[in-house]
Ligand binder design. Structure first.
Ligand SMILES: Nc1ncnc2c1ncn2[C@@H]1O[C@H](COP(=O)(O)OP(=O)(O)OP(=O)(O)O)[C@@H](O)[C@H]1O
Length: 531
């Protein structure tokens, strides 16, 4: 049934009332705006008066007389000095305005949405952290989350970034499976798509979950401030390493925490293996290492991919060769093996004669081999030995002779690496979105963080010997002839390359060293693989 309209007199009357109300509200708002300073001063005067009253009440009786006398003297002085009353009036008004201002309420404790998140997280943890018969349960359905969560932080989107959880002492925190269950739950409930670190304090029965910010991709190749014998592999989290180095990035000069790899006779992990998915940045890391190595040593580059990604190094002082084919690689690596032996013999003779280390064994020699698997395949097709066999001497004995080997290979060709390469490369880097089981298999330990959903090129994990697994971002070091890379990064690489002798600014010593490598007429023939 249709509703009957109200009588005209009633509808027009209510409209009039609403209009009058609106007018009254506007007038009140305007009056409040105009009178706001007076209201503030009035409120302040009331507060000052209340303060004076309470002070007067708190003053002991015997001190009231002198106090009154002091105040009266002040009033008299003010009344007598020129403009005294006016200054006193302005001062009192200013003090009243200050005392009467409305202070913005300071929020303490979490907001409602944050409380809801913490409560949900607490409830989700109850099945894992509660047990029947526990006389004082820390976790119980409908219980107090504030007792279990010692501290917490949220980001601007209201997502948890840090949470400290206290858990019962009976929880089996030393068992990987128990920990993993809790970590998986917290990861899921706190928001996927971010990397988390879980730090278990087994003595204190506390778990600290923190969200890791993405590692900076803004750092490009540049002369890093490190000692000779140190190479920056990339940059990591500030809390994971003890030191920082100044770096220049688009944000200016900043301190960044480097992953520093030490090589040479005292290094515990003198050779490096880099594994990664295709396009993950393994070649870029080798290029970055080559640029740093050229500051103090000579470099021999063997490129199995055959894509010419090291062409910019050809003919540079200190670069002993950039070999792309199987024949060139075999001859270059055979020379490197012989050079390692020559250095070892010279070192041995010097030691026996009680002489210092000979000058011609001191300059570091770097052997960088990118994708030896592909090269081995080509060499086998031509009936030659696997070039990796020639790495045996530098890998086994290179440390004492200042010879460092770096091998980079794609993960799916990992099986093509010889046992010698696997055994003697104790510094490891894995790049790309690699499943954690593979990362653990390569590094010998799992990262203490959760996996990232998407990783930029050059992002991965590094482990030096038996050290901690570190997140790493390799500095952008593109092939300067690759037009698809950022111009600034390409120029940075060109700026770091030593000038060619024919360009007039070459380093004569290094050029002489390059000429010292005799080219082998014929590549060596196949020998039985290492058993
Ligand atoms: N650290 C980095 N910062 C910025 N860009 C990078 C980084 N590492 C690699 N890239 C870019 O990613 C692309 C692939 O890099 P790179 O050739 O080094 O990978 P790769 O693992 O050697 O792959 P492939 O074996 O297929 O050649 C290049 O365009 C390179 O410029």
């Amino acid at each position: 049934m249709a509703r009957r309209p109200l009588p005209r007199i009633l509808t027009s009357g209510s409209a009039q009332i609403a209009r009058s109300r609106e007018l009254a509200r506007t007038a009140a708002d305007s009056a409040t705006d105009v009178l706001h300073p007076l209201i503030t001063v009035g409120r302040g005067l009331r507060k000052l008066a209340a303060m004076a009253r309470s002070r007067w009440a708190a003053t002991p009786k015997e001190r009231r007389g002198p106090s009154l006398f002091f105040v009266a003297a002040c009033v008299l002085v003010v009344a007598l000095i020129p403009y005294g009353p006016l200054i006193a009036l302005i001062t009192v008004m200013a003090a009243a305005a200050w005392a009467g201002r409305v202070k913005a309420p300071v929020r303490t404790g979490p907001a409602d949405a944050e409380i809801a998140r913490l409560t949900a997280l607490y409830e989700a943890l109850v099945p894992y952290f509660s047990a029947e018969g526990d006389p004082a349960p820390l976790f119980a359905h409908g219980g107090e989350w504030s007792k279990a969560f010692g501290s917490y932080e949220f980001d601007d989107d209201g997502r948890l970034t840090r949470l400290r959880v206290s858990y019962p002492a009976w929880f089996t925190d030393s068992e990987a499976a128990s920990r993993e269950r809790i970590e998986r739950l917290l990861h899921a409930k706190s928001g996927r798509g971010r990397e988390y670190r879980f730090a278990w304090d087994e003595e204190g029965n506390q778990l600290l979950m923190s969200v890791l910010p993405a590692l900076s991709t803004a750092i490009a190749a540049q002369p890093f401030v490190v000692s000779p014998g140190e190479t920056v592999l990339g940059f990591t989290d500030p809390e994971s390493v003890q030191r920082t180095v100044p770096v220049t990035s688009p944000n200016g000069v900043e301190q960044a925490p480097p992953v520093v790899w030490r090589t040479g006779p005292r290094s515990a992990e003198p050779h490096l293996l880099v594994l990664g998915d295709p396009g993950s940045g393994a070649t870029t890391l080798l290029r970055s290492i080559a640029l740093q190595a050229l500051r103090h040593g000579d470099v021999l580059i063997v490129e199995g991919g055959g894509t010419g990604e090291f062409a910019c190094f050809t003919g540079r002082p200190g670069v002993l060769g950039v070999e792309c084919g199987a024949a060139g690689a075999l001859s270059g690596l055979e020379w490197a093996a012989q050079e390692t032996e020559r250095r070892l013999i010279a070192l041995n003779r010097a030691r026996q004669a009680g002489l210092p280390v000979p000058e011609d064994t001191r300059r570091p020699l770097w052997i960088l081999v990118d994708r030896p698997g592909a090269l081995g395949h080509l060499a086998a097709a031509d009936g030659h030995m696997d070039p990796q066999e020639l790495l045996r001497v530098p890998l086994r004995h290179g440390r004492a002779a200042q010879v460092t080997v770096v091998v980079a290979e794609q993960l799916d060709a990992e099986q093509s690496l010889t046992e010698t390469v696997r055994t003697h490369t104790r510094a490891r880097v894995v790049l790309g979105p690699v499943p954690f089981e593979r990362v653990e298999a390569v590094l010998g330990a799992a990262p203490g963080t959760t996996a990232a959903d998407a990783v930029p090129p050059g992002r991965g994990y590094a482990r030096l010997g038996t050290g901690e697994v570190l997140r790493i971002q390799v500095p952008a070091t593109p092939d300067p002839f690759d037009d698809t890379s950022a111009e600034a990064h390409r120029q940075a690489v060109l700026g770091l390359l030593p000038g060619r002798p024919d360009e007039g600014d070459g380093n004569e010593d290094a050029a002489a060293a390059a000429e010292a490598r005799p080219a082998l007429a014929k590549p060596p023939v196949a020998v039985p693989a290492e058993g």
